[in-house]
Design a protein around this ligand. Structure first.
Ligand code: ADP
Ligand code: MG
Length: 241
C-alpha cells in the first residue's frame, strides 16, 4: 500500500533521513523506533508532505505523493490520518465539533459530518462525551478525540507520531488500547512512531529500527527484540529483559 524509496532529507548540513526505503502492506501495523533525533518524525511527516524531502519517492496505492500538485495533495491528505504528540484541539468547540470541523471545512454536509464524528468518537469510546469541551476531558480522552478526528475521514493509512509521548503514564494506557483495537480488530494500515516497547511487541507486524537517518534493522518483534543484529536492536533487547 505504501512504498517509500530512497527518501532523503537534509536540514542545512545535517542529514536527517538518508536514502531510507520502507514498505507498509495493507492491514499491517509497522512500528518505527529509534533514538531521539534519528529521523522518525521527518520520515513520517514526509508522507503527507508536512516535510518536503530533497529526493526519493513515496508511493501510496500507486501514486507518488512527492510529485503531487496542491489539489491532489489536498485529496490525498484526507486519505491519510495523522495523530500527533500534541493533539491541538480547539478549546471553545465541543468534542463532536472538533471532529466535525475538518470534514465541514472540506465541504461535507453538516449532518453527515456530525454522523461521521459520532461514529468515530464511538470507535474511541467517547460516545458519552460528544458535548464536552476539551478542558472537561483528561489528556488521554483529548488524545482519543485527536484519534477520532483522524478516523472520521475513514483514512486508508494512519500515521502516528509518538501519540502517547505527552501523556502521563496512567493515561498512556487508554490511548494504547484504542490503537491496539484499531490495529487488531479493524485491520487499519498503520505506521506508528512510539517508544512504547510492550505495545510494539504485542501489536507490530513489523518493527523498523532507525539510527542516524537510516534503517538499521527490520523484522517481526520476536526477531528484532530477541535476536537483534543492530546495536540499537541490542539496546532495545536489554530494555525488555
Ligand atoms: P526523531 O523524530 O527521530 O526524534 P526528527 O526527524 O525530528 O527525529 O529529526 C531528525 C534530525 O533532524 C534531528 O537532528 C533534528 O534536530 C533535525 N531536524 C528536524 N526537523 C528540523 C527542522 N525543521 N530544521 C532543522 N533541523 C531539523
Ligand atoms: Mg520525533
Amino acid at each position: 500500500m505504501l512504498a517509500i524509496h530512497n527518501l532523503y532529507k537534509q536540514f542545512g548540513n545535517l542529514i536527517a533521513v538518508n536514502d531510507l526505503s520502507l514498505t507498509v502492506n495493507k492491514g499491517k501495523t509497522v512500528v518505527l523506533m529509534g533514538p531521539s533525533g534519528c529521523g522518525k518524525s521527518t520520515t513520517i511527516r514526509a508522507i503527507n508532505r508536512l516535510v518536503e524531502p530533497d529526493r526519493g519517492s513515496i508511493i501510496l496505492n500507486g501514486a507518488n505523493i512527492l510529485s503531487m500538485q496542491p489539489d491532489e495533495l489536498r485529496d490525498i491528505r484526507k486519505r491519510i490520518g495523522f495523530v500527533f504528540q500534541h493533539f491541538n484541539l480547539i478549546g471553545r468547540l465541543t468534542t463532536a465539533e472538533n471532529v466535525m470541523l475538518g470534514l465541514v471545512m472540506s465541504g461535507m454536509d453538516k449532518e453527515l459530518a456530525r454522523a461521521k464524528a459520532v461514529e468515530a468518537l464511538d470507535k474511541v469510546g467517547l460516545e458519552q462525551h460528544l458535548g464536552h469541551k476539551p478542558s472537561e476531558l483528561s489528556g488521554g480522552q483529548q488524545q482519543r478525540v485527536g484519534i477520532a478526528r483522524a478516523l472520521a475521514y475513514e483514512p486508508e493509512l494512519m500515521l502516528w507520531d509518538e501519540p502517547t509521548a505527552s501523556l502521563d503514564p496512567i493515561l498512556v494506557r487508554e490511548v494504547l488500547i484504542v490503537m491496539e483495537e484499531l490495529a487488531r480488530y479493524r485491520a487499519s494500515t498503520m505506521l506508528v512512531v512510539t517508544h512504547e516497547l510492550p505495545f510494539a511487541l504485542r501489536v507490530a507486524d513489523e518493527i523498523v529500527l532507525m539510527d542516524q537517518g537510516s534503517i538499521v534493522e527490520v523484522g517481526a518483534p520476536a526477531q528484532v527484540f530477541v535476536k537483534p543484529v543492530s546495536d540499537i536492536g541490542k539496546k532495545y533487547k536489554e530494555l525488555i529483559e
